[in-house]
Structures are given as structure tokens and as C-alpha cells.
Write a new protein. Structure first.
Length: 212
């Protein structure tokens, strides 16, 4: 009888331990996501223009960089704000590019762009570094975009803040080893870099979550 009791006790103990092991992940595995509030939350119901500045050397090597970056950011921002029903009207980046072509001085004048398109805010993206090749190994690809981001309140009263400085953005693709330069890899790296950069810029203006 005693032996039988010991066996039953042992069985119950093993069952208990097994149950604890099964429950342990439920205790320690939670929602590994963090909610991030927007750096700038005033775009709801507003009209917004995107203005991208690059150095002349960048524009010489990549003539369409300003338009391409502005288009990626505009499309991403518009899509995310629409999904959240925030009713933000983003000016077509092609219209901004046409205006800059006719008025080159406006490239560094967010207020001129804002007034032209009757925008409430202009998001000014100053690209400080733009590379698609690895600096030390030009036969390899590594997309890099570093930019300062600011928001300009076009209709702010004289006693209000007109320029809001946001955290800079640094985008790198791939983050691991660089990719060999080929006819198919070059556009893939460039498009993916643009996509990641646009996402980093756009998410400054709406609440989102990130993996921990």
C-alpha cells in the first residue's frame, strides 16, 4: 500500500512539474511590442507638403533622388494616415518637383513651398548622406540615407514656434554584409532603402508599435 502511495505521489509530482513547464512560457512570454507615440501629432485634418533637399554631388550622381525620396515618403505617409482615418492631405510630390524646377530657390525655402500649395505644414527632409555603394568596396551595394527632419508651420502666429526639429533618421540596407553589385541587385537595394527610409520618416507622425 505504501509503495502504491509513493507511485501515485510521484506521478502527481511529475504531472505538476510538467504543468508548470507548460505554463512557464505563458507567464514569461507576453506581448513583446512597444507602443510608440508620434514625435509630431498635428497632421490630422491638415494639408502637408514634403520637401527634400540633397547636396549637388548627390543630385549629380543620382538625378532623381529628391523626387524618388519625396514620393516614397509621401505615399507612405498618405497611406498610413488614411488607414488611421486622420484625414491628412499630402501634396503630390510631382507637383512640388515641378515647382522647384521652375523656382530653384524654393528648394531651401519650406515656407515658399507651403504657400504655393496652401499647405498647413511642410516636412523638410535634408539628406546629409546618400550612398548606394559600400564606400570601401564599390563593387558591393549598401544603401545608406541619413537625413535631418523638421516640420515647418506655415501659418503659425509670430509668437508661435514655426520650426519643429525631429530626431534625425539613419537608414541602412542591408544591415549585414553588403550585397554584390549586379544588374538586378542594384535596383532592389535602392528600392528597399527608399522603402525603409520612408517608413522611418512617416512613422514620426502617427502612433505605431515596434518589436522589442
Amino acid at each position: 500500500m505504501r509503495r502504491r502511495t509513493e507511485l501515485v505521489t510521484a506521478a502527481l509530482l511529475l504531472t505538476s512539474l510538467a504543468s508548470c513547464n507548460l505554463l512557464t512560457p505563458l507567464i514569461f512570454v507576453g506581448d513583446h511590442r512597444k507602443k510608440i507615440h508620434p514625435e509630431f501629432d498635428k497632421l490630422a485634418g491638415k494639408r502637408v507638403a514634403i520637401l527634400v533637399w540633397t547636396e549637388p554631388a548627390t543630385q549629380f550622381d543620382y538625378p532623381h533622388t529628391r523626387l524618388e525620396l519625396a514620393t516614397y515618403v509621401s505615399d507612405k505617409l498618405s497611406a498610413e494616415m488614411t488607414q488611421r482615418k486622420l484625414d491628412t492631405d499630402v501634396v503630390d510630390s510631382r507637383d512640388v518637383a515641378d515647382f522647384i524646377q521652375r523656382n530653384p530657390d524654393a528648394l531651401e525655402d519650406p515656407y515658399a513651398v507651403g504657400k504655393k500649395f496652401d499647405a498647413d505644414y511642410v516636412i523638410f527632409i535634408e539628406v546629409l548622406r546618400f550612398q548606394m555603394r559600400d564606400p570601401g568596396q564599390p563593387q558591393f551595394l549598401r544603401g545608406t540615407v541619413e537625413a535631418a527632419i523638421s516640420v515647418h508651420d506655415i501659418d503659425a502666429d509670430p509668437d508661435q514656434l514655426k520650426r519643429y526639429e525631429l530626431l534625425p533618421v539613419t537608414c541602412l540596407f542591408p544591415e549585414g554584409p553588403p550585397i554584390l553589385m549586379t544588374r538586378t541587385n542594384a535596383p532592389m537595394v535602392r528600392q528597399t532603402t527608399y522603402h525603409k527610409f520612408a517608413e522611418e520618416v512617416a512613422r514620426k507622425f502617427y502612433e505605431h508599435t515596434v518589436e522589442l
